[in-house]
Structures are given as structure tokens and as C-alpha cells.
Design a protein around this ligand. Structure first.
Ligand SMILES: [Zn+2]
Ligand SMILES: [Zn+2]
Length: 283
């Protein structure tokens, strides 16, 4: 084998490794069914629960939210009613329910033996290259559905702007708004290839999109939002300008994008900042 051959094979091999490393890097729950179970929890049906009983924690033990204050296991059919309320229920009662998340499954149920791995309860760890790839993919898809929507994010918007060496203004629109949404964990849910799209649209009672503003979602807390509600084309009482979309507070309270999870003391969006900095880094 001559040197050219070897070099060519080596290059091909490196390209393969690269694409495997980056792959279709996305910030998602890795365990099968986890996203669907988290999505079953509605704020109206699972309200005022302490962090120990967040939708993520319950879903990680196989539970879905089938009714008001009610958990159901689709594997063994067990039903668990939980009237625990944040700040009103004593710690021992909360702990009792945390234990029941395991012990209330039938003996034969796999969820009694183990839950999803702890890595699926915290903000997903990607390599810097994957993180950057995922960020750019989210941004590119969001640019197609952002329409005329304005996006704000409080202090986080300032941090993101600094990271991108951009002037700090708020709210932002157009490409800058797509970037801010992407930086704070949002992705387009409008794309035709997205198999969840049609379900999500049905779930929120989709209206025809206005001025190109589409549906976006967070893959970790499963919040789905119709951007047309924040679009200049939507009807507002008294003809007021529509509110800006708050990219932080629209996540659900337990979302790893906005609250620290596991041993890392910062929320997911802050963990993504190093990847964002590479976008403007001089070679
Ligand atoms: Zn079960
Ligand atoms: Zn979220």
C-alpha cells in the first residue's frame, strides 16, 4: 500500500469518527419513552409539587401523569394518587411519596427494579463539538419559524450577546432572536421531518401560522409554544403590540435548561456558553 492510499484511508476514517462523534447531536432525553412521559405531565394536573416529585423524577421511574394528582404506570397498570403540595406537606410525607415512586410498581414491573439512568435526569452532557453542532442546528431551524416575533430573556440575553460579541439590546428579532432562542434551548417543532410535530400541534390546538411564525418546543421539559401568539400579526386587545417571547420563563419550572441539575451548579444554557464562544473565536 503506498503512502497516498494510507493517507486517504486515514482521512476517511477520521471523517467517519468525526461524524459519529457529532452525529445528529441533540440535547434530548436519551432513554426511550422519557420525553413522552415528561410530556404527559401538565401543570394543571401536577401542580405545586416539590422538586423531589418533579415530572422528570416521576417520569424517570416510569410514571405518566394520567389525571389530577395521579400517576399511572403503563407497564404494570399501577395508579398512584399524590396530594403532596410544595411547602404545605411535611418533609416525611414528601419522602414517603418519593419511596412510593419505586415501591408502588407491581413486583413484576421493571420500574420497580430500576429507573432511567441518572444521566437522563440532568442536563445532557455533549462534547463541545456536539454542543456547537446542536446549537447551530437549532438556530438554523428556528430562523425559518421565527417570523416577526420578538424575543427577550432578561439577564441571560445580555450574557448571550456578550458571548457572541454582539451589542446587547432587548428584545431582539429576526436572526438574533433565532440565536437567542437556540442558546436557551428552544428548537423548531414545525419541520415536516419532525415526527412529534403533528402530535404537538394537535395538543395545542394549532392555528394557521401567522406571518411565518411557527411552533417551537423544548425537548427537555416538553413545553410547546405557538410563536404566532407573540407575532405582530396576531390580534391583540386594543391593537397593542404583542408581548416579547420570554425565552427563559417559557420553560417549565423543572427544566434542566433553566435550573441546575445534578452536580453541575449551573443551568443547561450556561453550560452551553463555551460552545457558543467558539462561534466567534478567532482562529
Ligand atoms: Zn410499573
Ligand atoms: Zn425546557
Amino acid at each position: 500500500m503506498n503512502a497516498d492510499d494510507t493517507q486517504q484511508r486515514l482521512r476517511a476514517l477520521l471523517a467517519t469518527i468525526d461524524s459519529e462523534l457529532v452525529g445528529d447531536a441533540r440535547v434530548v432525553h436519551k432513554s426511550r419513552g422519557m420525553a413522552e412521559r415528561v410530556g404527559s405531565f401538565l401543570d394543571s394536573r401536577w401542580s405545586l409539587k416539590p422538586a423531589e416529585l418533579s415530572p422528570l423524577v416521576c417520569a424517570a421511574r416510569g410514571w405518566t401523569n394520567s389525571d389530577r394528582n395521579t400517576l399511572r404506570c403503563d407497564e404494570c397498570g399501577s395508579v398512584l394518587v399524590c396530594n403532596v403540595q410544595q411547602r404545605l406537606s411535611p418533609e416525611t410525607v414528601v419522602q414517603g411519596f418519593v419511596e412510593r415512586l419505586t415501591t408502588h410498581h407491581k413486583d413484576s414491573c421493571r420500574w420497580r427494579r430500576s429507573g432511567v439512568p441518572p444521566s437522563d435526569l440532568v442536563f445532557p452532557q455533549l462534547t463541545p463539538m456536539q454542543s456547537r453542532q446542536a446549537l447551530l442546528a437549532r438556530r438554523d431551524a428556528l430562523e425559518r419559524v421565527i417570523g416577526s416575533v420578538q424575543v427577550s430573556a432578561g439577564k441571560a440575553a445580555q450574557v448571550v450577546a456578550e458571548c457572541l460579541c454582539q451589542e446587547y439590546i432587548q428584545p431582539v428579532s429576526g436572526a438574533a432572536a433565532a440565536m437567542l432562542l437556540a442558546a436557551l434551548g428552544w428548537e423548531s417543532a414545525t419541520s415536516a421531518e419532525d415526527t412529534h410535530g403533528s402530535d404537538s400541534q394537535a395538543a395545542v390546538g394549532i392555528e394557521p401560522s401567522i406571518q411565518g411564525a411557527g411552533l417551537i418546543k423544548c425537548a427537555l421539559c416538553q413545553r410547546v409554544c405557538g410563536l404566532w401568539l407573540f407575532s405582530g400579526g396576531s390580534r391583540q386587545p386594543g391593537g397593542q403590540t404583542p408581548p416579547a417571547f420570554d425565552a427563559l420563563s417559557q420553560h417549565r419550572w423543572f427544566c434542566p435548561w433553566i435550573v441546575p441539575t445534578g452536580e453541575v451548579p449551573s443551568p443547561g444554557w450556561q453550560q452551553t456558553l463555551p460552545a457558543m464562544k467558539t462561534l466567534t473565536a478567532k482562529p
